[in-house]
Design a protein around this ligand. Structure first.
Ligand code: GDP
Ligand code: MG
Length: 228
């Protein structure tokens, strides 16, 4: 099965080249059938790096996001151009682990329709996370876990894997960071076969986060209650 990594970038000039090279090299070495779909909303030179990377590699696509930009909109754009059977959002600041991507691929090939990564279960390895953000995220996720009676302890994490059919049927509409949650919760209610595995996550070394936890809390809550 072919895998598409959807990689969103917003002003990641320090990361763009490294992330693309690292992901490309890692997957090529393992003889995985893949493509990288970069979706860019930058104004800092990231786009030039991505375009040049695209011109040098066959299985790389770089597209611009829509105006006004949004994390969820960027992923939706990526989903619409992806050609893989397995679709995996992968953050452009290398927070997510390529080893975990391989685990996801194997689980989807084994028959799961969705695979969720959790930063909050035994075996997860979180490094360089800020204490307050980590705590709020874990607390919120514990609440959603109860609300949706799911064993997934990290619904808001966008690093997940889906069979292409899942995204076609759900047709996500969330514009922001709530998109991962939207797909997961709708997928759980549709009774897709899923599993959750512990993942590694590391904080960024360059640039700064575009995600405000304070702005995100009401968005996550309203998404959850709407779907519920
Ligand atoms: N295309 C696009 N990418 C975005 C947008 N917002 C964030 N990103 C990218 O999504 C990834 C995760 O964002 P980040 O700011 O690191 O969020 P955090 O890890 O939750 O703090 C990074 O690669 C960002 O550059 C957006 O509006 N459009
Ligand atoms: Mg990040």
């Amino acid at each position: 099965m072919k895998t598409s990594l959807i990689i969103p970038f917003k002003n990641e000039v320090e990361y763009a080249e490294t992330t693309m090279t690292t992901a490309y090299g890692y997957l090529s070495e393992r003889e995985i059938e893949f493509e990288l779909v970069a979706v860019d909303d930058s104004s800092d030179g990231t786009w030039d790096i991505l375009k040049s990377f695209e011109s040098l590699h066959q299985n790389v696509v770089a597209v611009r996001g829509d105006d006004p930009p949004g994390y969820g909109k960027a992923l939706q754009k990526g989903f619409s151009v992806a050609t893989g059977d397995i679709i995996i959002p992968f953050n452009g600041d290398l927070s997510d682990s390529l080893d975990d991507v391989i685990s996801y691929i194997h689980l989807i090939e084994d028959g799961y329709e969705m695979v969720f990564g959790s930063r909050f279960m035994a075996g997860a390895k979180v490094t360089d996370s800020t204490a307050v953000k980590g705590f709020l995220s874990q607390l919120g996720n514990a609440f959603f876990q109860i609300l949706f009676r799911t064993n997934c302890s990290d619904i808001t994490n966008s690093f997940k894997a889906y069979r292409r059919m899942v995204l076609e049927e759900i047709n996500p509409t969330a514009n922001g960071y709530n998109i991962g949650m939207e797909i997961a919760l709708k997928g759980i209610l549709k009774k897709y076969k899923y599993t959750t595995i512990p993942v590694a996550w590391s904080g960024r070394k360059y640039g700064r986060s575009k995600m405000s936890i304070i702005k995100s809390i009401p968005m996550y809550l309203s998404t959850a209650l709407r779907i519920r």
